[in-house]
Design a binder for this molecule. Sequence first.
Ligand code: ADP
Ligand code: AMP
Length: 215
Amino acid sequence: MNLILLGPPGAGKGTQAIMLTDRFGIPQISTGEILRSAVKEETPMGVKAKSFMDAGALVPDAVVIGIVLERLQKADCKPGFILDGFPRTVAQADALKDNLRDLEKDLTAVLALEVDNDALVERLTGRRTCRQCGRGYHLKFDPPRTAGQCDVCGGELYQRDDDREETIRKRMEVYDSQTTPLVDYYQQQGLLTRINGMQEISVVQEKILATLRTF
Ligand code: ADP
Ligand code: AMP
């Protein structure tokens, strides 16, 4: 199963991707997470990406496309993958299409999580992320068992720099201008399913699973 989770920052892509990974045993490929690790490790790519990420802008297509094409070659992607946060531009979607054709793979579905802007701000300002494994929590909607500590690995939870209100607004604008065209792009290819993301995490999960059962 080869899936794309599409949706604005805070729509629930990462949250749902982790659950799908556990259920189907296929990897989550989060470009945001890969970039944050590179920033933390101060690799040349991380150093280059940092200023774009801090500003809430997109990292240049060539960098992100390179990350994903390399990742898709790995053996764990053979049974499938869940792309989370990629593609975000038409150029990225075109590059993915060409690459999947070369790999003789097809996309199974593109699930577009729809959430309104006020809810996105509340979700992102309350999001806390594990410094060690990257898992996301929410202070109100998905709190960890022990405050400040990751349930999975015990790592420290922190607030991402780009999860502050000013940068959130910028990221939402970037999504509207650069990523929303992908909704039509995938609709025209008959791959798009819209999911109401304004429901509880478990309900969204059920809706996604029900959709996947139809493929
Ligand atoms: P994305 O990966 O799309 O940026 P996340 O999955 O990290 O979004 O979710 C953003 C925040 O909203 C997180 O703090 C998460 O716990 C919370 N969240 C995710 N899905 C829901 C939901 N259906 N209802 C309420 N909060 C949610
Ligand atoms: P995310 O974790 O998906 O919210 O991504 C965090 C940040 O990483 C974004 O605001 C961008 O700066 C960068 N990023 C992640 N994925 C991409 C992508 N596909 N294209 C360009 N930049 C990306």
